[in-house]
Design a protein around this ligand. Structure first.
Ligand SMILES: [Zn+2]
Length: 379
């Protein structure tokens, strides 16, 4: 499903193309996050207009609400939310280990209480794969255990061993369902393995080695952006990527800020998902190539400029900072819509610029220039 188009001579960055049942994804690529079958404050039509190629859905949240019977009734997540391009769903592992209450872990999976109403559920590798088959995602993630940060090495090692066993069970069940369930909503579904191991190079190598031997369609670096310092996040990518096959796609989960995406592309990562563009939008924070600005600041009260002058998004083409600041001050929902549109557009445009630089052979100078401009003005 992945075609490696070219590799940057000065770094580990790559240009690639991922083909799924619902369309083609050019890499490096960013995926807007649609946790509850909705990218917050943004309609699918607008995602389409800004050039979104793939979105992410959350297995844990969708499993609890609205529940699988709803997705079965409507023929999967694409039809239910009226998004007809690719969808990647996570495994639910991250939320079970971070959100759910009072859980007990066994070899089969995790028993937990819903963070919504306290009712009891069970999620393991088989269940996670079956849910993602019912959702009809184009890319499924294997069920994993994401250890917290910081965490002692022996506990990370236990999580890695369990992640490897659960990856095997996920893959077996995925293949079983493909062979036995002809009426799945999406015909071609890819399954990615998730590499855990904290910041321990030996554990990352062990985990990656075991997963690659099983033969997944792509590989994710999990357990990053869990509170560790930025340098450690970069180091984790550096010690993991060399153990992944060059001919398959690499996905860094739950990342990150714009400069971190550029730095991780340079370390060989192809796809990203991150809630930041829509999350910070709800707090009036705007991404620009000179860092972020917060519209609540008094200096924007009379500001006639666009959020980012020159930006091609609907918000920047039509409204001033002063107007959108007023919407925030007045508690108008349109404020969230406009800044979410801009911030998502900013991330997608950044990835377009990265791909263009890789195509032109100018990624090295793009990286230097982007980081100097973005980080200098921010501090
Ligand atoms: Zn804009």
């Amino acid at each position: 499903m992945f075609q490696l188009l070219s590799k940057d001579p000065g770094s580990e960055a790559r240009r690639g193309r991922l083909t799924t049942s619902h369309g083609v994804i050019e890499t490096p690529q960013y995926m807007p996050v649609g946790t509850q079958a909705s990218v917050k404050a943004v309609a699918p039509r607008d995602l389409d207009v800004m050039g979104t190629e793939i979105i992410l859905g959350n297995t844990y949240h969708l499993f609890l609400r609205p529940g699988l019977e709803v997705f079965r009734h409507f023929g999967g997540l694409h039809k239910f939310m009226n998004w007809h391009k690719p969808i990647l769903t996570d495994s639910g592992g991250f939320q079970v280990f971070s959100l759910a209450k009072l859980r007990s872990i066994t070899e089969e999976g995790v028993e937990f209480r819903s963070h919504l109403d306290g009712s009891k559920f069970f999620l393991g590798p088989k269940e996670a794969v079956a849910i993602q088959h019912a959702l009809g995602s184009d890319i499924l993630m294997a069920f994993d255990e994401c250890p917290p940060w910081p965490c002692e090495e022996s506990k990370v090692s236990d999580a890695v061993q369990r992640t490897i066993r659960w990856a095997r069970a996920s893959l077996d069940h995925h293949r079983h369902l493909i062979a036995t369930e002809p009426n799945r909503p999406t015909r071609e579904q890819a399954l990615f393995g998730i590499v855990q191991g904290g910041s321990h190079a030996n554990l990352r190598a062990d985990c990656a080695g075991a997963l690659v031997e099983m033969g997944f369609d792509g590989y994710a670096i999990g357990g990053v952006s869990v509170g560790e310092p930025e340098e450690e996040m970069y180091k984790t990518a550096e010690v993991t990527v060399p153990h992944l096959p060059p001919g398959q796609v690499r996905y860094a989960m739950g990342l990150g800020q714009p400069h971190q995406l550029v730095e991780l592309v340079a370390r060989g990562v192809d796809i990203f998902d991150c809630v930041l563009p829509t999350r910070v939008a709800r707090h009036a924070t705007v991404y620009t190539c000179r860092g972020t600005l917060n519209l609540r600041g008094a200096q924007y009260k009379m500001d006639p400029l666009a959020l980012e002058p020159g930006c091609g998004c609907y918000a920047c083409q039509n409204f001033t900072r002063a107007y959108i600041r007023h919407l925030f001050k007045a508690g108008e929902i349109l404020a969230l819509v406009l800044v979410s549109l801009h911030n998502l557009h900013f991330y997608l445009e950044l990835m377009r610029d990265i791909r263009k630089a890789l195509d032109d052979g100018s990624f090295g100078s793009f990286r230097t220039h982007f980081l100097a401009t973005y980080l200098q003005e921010k501090s």
